[in-house]
Design a binder for this molecule. Sequence first.
Ligand code: DX5
Ligand code: ZN
Length: 226
Amino acid sequence: MAMTYRIAPSILSADFARLGDEVKNVIAAGSDWIHFDVMDNHYVPNLTFGPMICSALKPHAKTAAGVAVPIDVHLMVQPVDALAAAFAEAGADLISFHPDASGHVHRSIQAIKSKGCKAGLVFNPAEPLDVLDWVIDDIDLVLIMSVNPGFGGQSFIDSALRKIEDVRRRITASGKDIRLEVDGGIKVDNIRRVADAGADTFVAGSAIFGKPDYKSVIDAMRAALS
Ligand code: DX5
Ligand code: ZN
């Protein structure tokens, strides 16, 4: 069965002085999702943007033909629930959080879904997958970190490949339609390997926004995946 692959540019590496245009341009270049990295200077040692920026960008998150492009919010915040609710109100389509940042993981998932958003769990490079034993039937997305969270432009950590294989087995066993997304150090020259391990959705920040022509990078990623 042919896999549907999605490319989710991370606007963490965009020009923050021109965020609306950056979102429009990267969508015109072929983005499937917009990845929105929320950092709180507590769970991670960096500070980015909050729900007001998300709602300001929401009207820009559509194709020229007017088709909405999902906003994929990656919460690197602790605690989780109040900000997750604020992002649901701000137009997020998918909201993912780190289970180690939530006191009650199952409750956080239910709270996100009760707002009409898809819910995801994010696993740091050294974080085990054990919570999936208990909540895989409740989630829509698993996000595997292939760098430590907090910064763009880091190098891909190879042990993520084994973890992706493990998650793919768990998703297949669950029989559920769950996205398997990978975040950190994804480039044109390693995306195929990551797909072969079982990922279907690829976050890329510096690889796309670090180049003048976003479309040529996204096209090269799709060519590598095809
Ligand atoms: C890291 C963020 C990533 C980051 C990826 O904490 O979650 O989404 O933007 O950046 P690159 O693609 O440059 O590794
Ligand atoms: Zn991210």
